[in-house]
Design a binder for this molecule. Structure first.
Ligand code: 5GP
Length: 138
């Protein structure tokens, strides 16, 4: 399957749709997930277009991982989480719903179950506050 540039993350990357931005540079955008599985759930999105891991440019993959690590540490510091999950889904049967490569960073809190993937929408003010708290620790 090929990349379709009409996907929602491509529109966010072009600035055609809004997001709660944590960080942006020439190669990547980091934003809050609006249907978070836990408080602080963020997405690291390489700008180089690919559907997912399977068609990604290896150079883009190796360039993004240090940022994934930095954002994970910033989320841990900003949320006081007890752990963090890195997740990435490839094609619909594996749970992928947006077909532009992205890495989920999902903080975990002792004794708190994760919400389902693609659950309820978070409060915008709360997402904005989390985005700036995480950005401040990057
Ligand atoms: P996937 O299922 O493709 O791995 O993950 C897509 C993620 O994007 C889901 O966790 C979903 O909550 C999130 N999502 C869907 N639409 C939007 C949106 O418009 N803005 C943001 N920030 N996240 C979105």
């Amino acid at each position: 399957m090929s990349y379709d540039s009409a996907n929602i993350f491509a529109k966010i990357l072009k600035g055609e749709l809004p997001c709660h931005k944590v960080y942006e540079d020439d190669t990547a955008l980091v934003m809050m997930d609006i249907f978070p599985q836990s408080t602080g759930h963020a997405l690291v999105i390489p700008k180089t277009p690919s559907r997912n891991l399977l068609d990604a440019d290896p150079a883009a993959l190796s360039a993004i991982m240090p940022l994934v690590q930095r954002v994970a540490a910033a989320i841990m510091a900003a949320t006081d989480a007890d752990g963090i999950r890195l997740a990435q889904f490839n094609e619909a049967p594996a749970g992928q719903t947006v077909f532009h490569l992205h890495f989920h960073l999902i903080p975990a809190y002792e004794g708190v179950a994760l919400a389902p993937h693609g659950g309820g929408k978070a409060d915008d003010a709360e997402l904005a506050a989390l985005a700036s708290a995480i950005a401040a620790r990057l």
